[in-house]
Design a protein around this ligand. Structure first.
Ligand SMILES: Cc1cc2nc3c(=O)[nH]c(=O)nc-3n(C[C@H](O)[C@H](O)[C@H](O)COP(=O)(O)O)c2cc1C
Length: 412
């Protein structure tokens, strides 16, 4: 897909997750494959201009980490413009603006003319950035303040007029925080309101089926994945495969490509499978093979070790290990019984200690395996189901819930 002047190899995006989407994690995602564009944690524009070392660490990158978008945060137009220019000169591929919920004041006073004032101010800031750089500038927002103030469509239109190359929209309101259901109809309204730019839907995509549902029901041009990628950095690769199978299936049936804007089949720029693989998939499109299997325990462990190695490479052993204390439990969420691991991994200070904890855990975990080395069914983690895919279910059915973060949701 295209984002302004940028051509991406897939329409799947890594969302910014402050404290998590650093260089090591992005490299993990890239090595597994499937993401078209990754974004940094949000970075304060003024701190960048002041050459604050922490801000510079947030934008640290290398050639394997491309294409990369940096998410900027700030309200002073000149600072946002100059930070955008600085990032462009560093070779960053795109700039995303964190909109949080910029119409808070407006929502509090109930809309009206104040809303247009706020929109005009925001649009002017964006226009200054877009006019200064050649790389695409995008904006990320929530649906609005609450259900009575779903301001995202108006904001998206105003920003399109100001020149943004795309809109990312988290399908929840500020009032919802991270709870409740992602509102697909709300994302659809944004898609229907903009004229030409891609809208990228976001929220609770924790499995390939959820991505497909978001594409199909909202008509979005891409989807962006945050926490789902932290559980499962394989999600991009597995989602791309899943969407390609459906795309091939519908082409197989009608004899031609039916993908239009607003369909999960619109994967124009995703890598096409080689002819033998394509034949195999076309043959199988009606079978249950649409989903690649979930990664094995051994593969999860391999990637987790690699993630720590990269953390140490980028942050040094002491800080890298300390930061990894909150990363490793995300991997462990799909390990099955894991309290032994979580209890100890939050104290690691060196790579060697991590390997000790892991080796001991692997031995301890054997008691839950069957004779083939797989987790016995009753110890397997329950399936991941997005908020917008849950059906009424018996109280006894276990479902993995995506955790609600602590942090400044007003800017996320
Ligand atoms: C820990 C955490 C940090 C986040 N940091 C940011 C951020 O820096 N900028 C931003 O726009 N959104 C941020 N978000 C919001 C996510 O980008 C995303 O919109 C939200 O988590 C919903 O998507 P998901 O369900 O795929 O995670 C953050 C979310 C979490 C959980």
């Amino acid at each position: 897909m295209r984002l302004g002047s940028l051509t991406l190899t897939s329409n799947l995006f890594l969302s910014p997750l402050a404290g998590y989407t650093n260089l090591p994690f992005r490299l993990v995602v890239r090595e597994i494959g499937g993401a078209g564009l990754c974004t940094t944690d949000l970075v304060n524009a003024r701190s960048l201009l002041e050459k604050n070392p922490k801000a510079f660490k947030l934008i640290e990158t290398r050639p394997a980490d491309s294409p990369l978008a940096v998410q900027l945060f700030g309200s002073v137009p000149e600072e946002m413009r100059d930070a955008a220019l600085m990032l462009e000169s560093f070779g960053i591929a795109a700039i995303d603006i964190n909109m949080g919920c910029p119409v808070r004041k407006v929502c509090n006073v109930g809309g009206g003319s104040a809303m247009m004032t706020e929109l005009n101010k925001t649009a002017a800031l964006v226009r200054g950035m877009v006019g200064a750089v050649k790389i695409p500038v995008t904006a990320k927002m929530r649906l609005g303040w609450d259900d009575d103030n779903l301001t995202a469509p108006d904001l998206a239109r105003a920003l399109e007029d100001a020149g943004v190359a795309g809109i990312f929209v988290h399908g929840r309101t500020r009032e919802q925080g991270f709870g409740g259901t992602v509102n697909l109809a709300g994302i659809r309204k944004v898609v229907d309101t903009v004229k030409n730019i891609p809208v990228i839907g976001n929220g609770d995509i924790i499995a390939p089926q959820a991505a497909k549902k978001m594409f199909d029901e909202t008509g979005c041009a891409g989807v962006s994945i945050g926490r789902g990628a932290f559980y499962d950095p394989w999600i991009f690769q597995r989602t791309l495969h899943y969407l390609n199978v459906f795309s091939l299936a519908s082409r197989g049936r009608s004899g031609e490509r039916v993908g239009v804007r607003g369909s999960s089949e619109n994967l124009a720029s995703s890598p096409q499978p080689s002819p033998p693989l394509r034949e195999e998939r076309e043959k199988n499109f009606d079978l249950d093979g649409k989903l690649l299997p979930e990664p094995s325990f051994a593969e999860r462990v391999r990637v987790m070790r690699r993630h720590l190695d990269l953390m140490i490479e980028v942050f040094g052993e002491e800080l890298g290990c300390r930061m990894f204390r909150k990363v490793a439990p995300w991997y462990a969420k799909r390990f099955g019984p894991c309290h032994e691991f979580n209890k100890k991994v939050v104290r690691i200070a060196t790579r060697a200690e991590f390997h000790d904890v892991l080796d001991n855990y692997i031995r301890w975990r054997r008691q839950f395996l069957d004779e083939t080395g797989e987790l016995q069914p009753r110890f397997r983690p329950p399936p991941m189901v997005a908020s917008f895919m849950r059906e009424p279910e018996p109280a006894s059915t276990r479902r993995e819930q995506i955790p609600v973060p602590k942090g400044p949701v007003e800017v996320w």
